[in-house]
Structures are given as C-alpha cells and as structure tokens.
Write a new protein. Structure first.
Lengths: 286, 147
C-alpha cells in the first residue's frame, strides 16, 4: 500500500508540469505535512492543500523521507481541497525500526505503520487577505497497522480520532520587508509519537491540548526559511516522549512543485534518545 | 492538562503576539513613493502593469469597458496616494469603482501577480514591492465582490 502510494506520489510530484494550477498566490499552498494535510513538515498549517480558490478544486501528492540515527520514516500523502473551503487528506506512514530491532529482538520485517485520514475546514478568513489570517478546524482518524507492538509498549488502542484548530497569517510586509508567515495550532490528542506507537498509554489515557507553532520568513518570494515546534503527550511508561521540532527551507519554483528540506529533532523515541536527522519532501500540486 | 503545558501554551501565544505586532509595524523611511521611483517610476510601473493585464486571460475581461487612458491616470494618482506621495486621487473610491464589476478572488490574485511582474520588470526591490503590496492587499475586501 505505502509503496504504491509512494510511487504514485513520486510520479505526480515530478511528472506534472503543464496541468492547470489554481489561482492562489505562490507559496500560499504551503507544503505537505507528514500527516497528509497541507502544512509545514511535522505539523499541519491553516491553509488548505493546493492553489485552488473559491471556485476551484486542487490536489497535492507528496512523498517524504526522514532519517534519524535509529529510525527511518517514509510517508506518502494525497490531499485535495474544494473551493478553498474543505480539504480531504490521506497519508500512509511507515517507520523502520533499525536501531530498536536489536534492542527488543524484533523480527527483521517489523515496522510501525499507520494510515491517517484527515478533514480540514476553513472556518474563517484568509492566509493573505484576512485581517486576522485564516482559522481552520481539522480532524484526523488514525489507524495503526501494528497495534500489537504498540500495545506491548503500553498503548491502549490502535485507532483514534484527534482534532486541531489552526490559525495562520502571511504578513506581506514583515521584518526587513520580507514576507513572514506565522502559524499556531492547538491539538486535542493522546497519540504516542503521532500515533506510530498507538494512542493513550499506561501513564495517561485521556486526550489533552497541545500547542504547535511554526514561523517562516521569505527572503525571496519563492523561498521560505522557518522553524516548527510540536508539543506532544507523554503517555507511555516504558519510554519518555519528547516534543518535536525542526528547521526547514522550502522552495516554490512554480505552482506545480515545492521542495522542503529540513533538520528534524524527534528527541527520545521508544527509549532511544537523540533522534534527529534530515527530512526531505516534494509536493506536487495540480 | 498539566500546569506546565498550560504555561508553555500561554508563553508561546504571547511570543507570537509580539512577533505579529512587530511584523505589522510601518517604518515608512524613506517614503515608499520615492522607492518606487517617484512620478516617472510609478508611471513606468503602471504602463508595464497595463501590458501585463492585456495578456491576462482572467483579468482582461473586466477591462473590456474601461477607458484605459483614464485608468492609467487614476491609477498613477492612486498608487501615489497609497505610497504617501503628494498627489490627489480624483477617482472613485475602491468599493464604488468595483461594485458592478463582479470581480472574483481568482482575478484579484491574478492582478496581484501582474503588478508583481510589472514591478519586477522595473527593477523594484522585493522589500519595496512588499511594502506596496501590503497596503493594497487590505483593499481586497472592497474589490472582490464575488465570493
């Protein structure tokens, strides 16, 4: 499933050159977050996928890859937005457990995989023209395919719903005359490592509110440099879970493709500390 | 929710509010009108802008009934006033001028891109472009009437 989706994403994100692009301004589509929804890298942002405006629909497809010292995360995502009002997204994630395999004597093919289906609704405003930016409401349904391993680690379930409110605004005339984008989310969740280690835990099984923020400056109209921070629950007794953070550069050569390169710090993941490394994602828009 | 989490959310919120306030400030020195090249600079931008519009499939239909010579003069005055130049704008207000044109967001975005192209071709710096675009972007609500 993931392999097929990745192949499709790669095909779409590299093959589309002369299809219809929407009318929203360059870069206001954002990129694609690892959970499928339009965003930065590790968190969703308030904008909806693609460049479609009030009378258009638009879709994006994006493969992404993150490598840390003991893990590798592959994701494939597709998202479509309708009339810049509602976004539907679908993502498959697969975490390779290179480092953990020896520690826990896991079978060589063991991975942690999940599917994320998301809905994001633009409640009010606009990223560029809204006086107070844009406010969106998102819900995600996550299904972990490897719930047995997650429950052995203390997770209480392999499927769950979560929700987030996301506010974002592009300041056209930001500091030093550069465009500045700010985004803040509040997410209601009990996911362990985003859901890859299931939902709820032996320490805490209730959902809580967690903040996620992103800030990016545009030294050029097609180039963004930014940071993201994602607060996370810490529900499992067997290992501490840390907040995620990254620094990224995003390039928007045209309205059909964008490339994000980042350095992501996941902190402690399933008892293995200091997990940080490079991230690359390519989003094709059509 | 843990107290510490709540405090961190509040701290992040305050940080963002400060950043946002900083981002919205207006330095205004030197005058934006001068950075755009004064009267000849704005005239050249407006001429390039009209050429861009003429090639823009989304925007051109809205100009079918427009007197281009009059539009050129009014737009030069308008941009002068918007950029703090010493001019008087003799045209109608933005809501009045666009009330019956039925402009949709797609056309508005497209004309923003035309203006950026016109400023690019006249060598206007990215920062100066953004200063002008920010002042024009707030007029979107007065111009786009089809939602």
């Amino acid at each position: 499933m993931l392999r097929g989706l990745l192949a499709f994403c790669l095909f779409v994100s590299t093959g589309i050159t002369d299809c219809l692009a929407g009318s929203r301004l360059l870069a206001t589509s954002g990129a694609t977050s690892i959970e499928g929804s339009a965003g930065g890298g590790i968190i969703p942002w308030a904008m909806l996928a693609g460049y479609g405006d009030s009378d258009e629909w638009a879709c994006t497809a994006a493969p992404a890859y993150l490598r840390t010292s003991d893990y590798a995360l592959q994701t494939g995502a597709i998202a479509c937005s309708f009339r810049n009002r509602l976004e539907l997204s679908f993502a498959e994630q697969s975490l390779d457990l290179d480092g953990l395999r020896d520690v826990l004597s896991l079978p060589p093919e063991q991975q942690l995989r999940q599917r994320v289906i998301g809905l994001k609704l633009r409640l009010a405003g606009d990223i560029v023209y809204g006086k107070y930016g844009q406010l969106s409401l998102g819900v995600m349904h996550k299904s972990n395919y490897d719930a047995d391993l997650a429950s052995a680690a203390g997770a209480q379930r392999g499927d769950d719903m979560e929700a987030f409110l996301s506010g974002g605004k592009l300041f056209i005339d930001g500091p030093f005359g550069q465009m500045l984008y700010l985004n803040i989310n509040v997410r209601w969740t009990r996911a362990n490592q985003g859901g890859l280690l299931g939902f709820g835990g032996d320490q805490d099984d209730s959902r809580g509110l967690y903040a996620e923020v992103a800030a990016a400056v545009f030294p050029r109209r097609d180039l963004a440099l930014g940071v993201e921070y994602r607060q996370k629950p810490d529900n499992l007794g067997f290992a501490t879970e840390n907040d995620w953070r990254d620094v990224f550069i995003a390039w928007f050569p045209n309205k059909h493709v964008s490339v994000v390169a980042a350095w992501v710090d996941l902190g402690n993941v399933a008892s293995l500390g200091n997990q940080h490394g490079p991230y690359i994602s390519v989003t094709g828009s059509f | 929710m843990h107290e510490i989490v709540r405090i961190r959310i509040v701290a992040l919120g305050i940080g963002f509010a400060l950043l946002a306030a900083c981002a919205g400030r207006d330095t205004g020195i030197p005058a934006l009108y001068d950075e755009l090249g004064g009267e000849p600079g704005v005239a050249a931008i407006v001429d390039a802008f009209i050429l861009e519009i003429a090639q823009d499939e989304l925007v051109r239909p809205h100009f079918r009934t427009i007197d281009i010579a009059g539009f050129r003069g009014r737009l030069e005055e308008f941009l002068c006033v918007v950029a703090d130049g010493e001019c008087k704008y003799s045209g109608r207000s933005m809501p009045e001028a666009h009330a019956t044109l039925g402009i949709e967001r797609a056309a508005f975005n497209s004309i923003v891109e035309d203006l950026i192209a016109a400023m690019d071709s006249n060598g206007i710096s990215y920062a100066t472009q953004n200063a002008l675009l920010a002042r024009l972007a707030v007029m979107e609500a007065d111009i786009v009437t089809v939602r």
